[in-house]
Design a protein around this ligand. Sequence first.
Ligand SMILES: NC(=O)c1ccc[n+]([C@@H]2O[C@H](COP(=O)([O-])OP(=O)(O)OC[C@H]3O[C@@H](n4cnc5c(N)ncnc54)[C@H](O)[C@@H]3O)[C@@H](O)[C@H]2O)c1
Length: 341
Amino acid sequence: MTTDQAITINIIGAGQWGPNLIRNFANLPQCRVGMVCDMDEKRIQKLSAKFPDMKMTTDTQAAIADANADALAIITPVATHYQLAKQGLLAGKDLLVEKPLAQSVEECEELAALADKNNLILMVGHVFKFNPGVQYVKELLQQGTVGRVISLHAIRTNLGPVRSDANALWDLGTHDLSIFNYWLGTLPVSVTASGLAHLSPEREDTVVANYQYPDHVMATIYTSWLHPRKVREITVVGELKMVVWNDMDLNEPVRIYDKGVDRLEDYADTFGAFRLTLREGLVTIPPVGGKEPLTSECEHFVECVLKRERPLTDAQDGLAVVRALTAANQSMRSSSTSVSF
Ligand SMILES: NC(=O)c1ccc[n+]([C@@H]2O[C@H](COP(=O)([O-])OP(=O)(O)OC[C@H]3O[C@@H](n4cnc5c(N)ncnc54)[C@H](O)[C@@H]3O)[C@@H](O)[C@H]2O)c1
């Protein structure tokens, strides 16, 4: 396949999120949507009205096996990811699988190995790695503007959607873990987590997870789908600067605070004594441009398929996040004890 060719992609799962990928893939010049599949007949009827020229089916196996398709996008609930992804890889298709990649470390490892063995692209929908605000903060961290990172604090809340196959951390905190790993360029080593299963005894609708990264970086995540406000915000506390990324602020998503605590030698006092002085400087609001993150994610997938390149959000990226989510569940099931991984 050469780079001036187009790929055909079949989309499996067209509930709340799927139509966003249909729209994006359909608009890309190097991509054609072969067919859209959803097992729910009513969904297919609704989508046929929205996308009248697109081929639709309720037959998942036919969409996977379709000889005309180069790739599949799997946008179904997480409980189905492993089976559908495995079937897709065995059918020789490149895959974009929504987050989280699968429900266990073992499932992710198997999918990653299968993709590698068959030279297939396996990308995970960690869409925030394609978010211009998140990328801007990554640049600040790389340039040293923020200094050594001391802590990260993420809040991701809303009223719903309530999932029946994942708790709030697996659904929402997946994004924050992928962002933390990307920003820090390293992986967490332990976690303590606690959760509240108020709406259903089977899964937590509110989870607080406290991850430790190398070099004593503390990274907390507060997730809830039982909350009055939609919040998507991460605070970075660095030795030189503090940064707040607020995804709900479309115009000014990044604020850089020249705030901190300086440790001054206090020569007026006894030798070796020091004073802590608060520094409260200016707040900078940089211009952050860029396009819709999902458009960039879809473009990246198509490019990786065409050029046979490993995606920025590859199976190892998906595996690292699922490992951290699994450890948080273990901590919650053992009275919030610290789980190393
Ligand atoms: N990246 C993001 O920001 C983001 C946002 C929302 C959802 N998601 C992810 O997208 C996925 C889907 O979420 P959603 O909110 O659209 O869920 P949803 O329940 O609204 O839709 C899932 C759809 O998949 C269909 N489906 C289930 N099993 C199927 C099968 N075997 N074959 C064909 N169709 C099948 C269902 O009928 C349903 O229409 C999840 O993994 C979720 O985590 C990602």
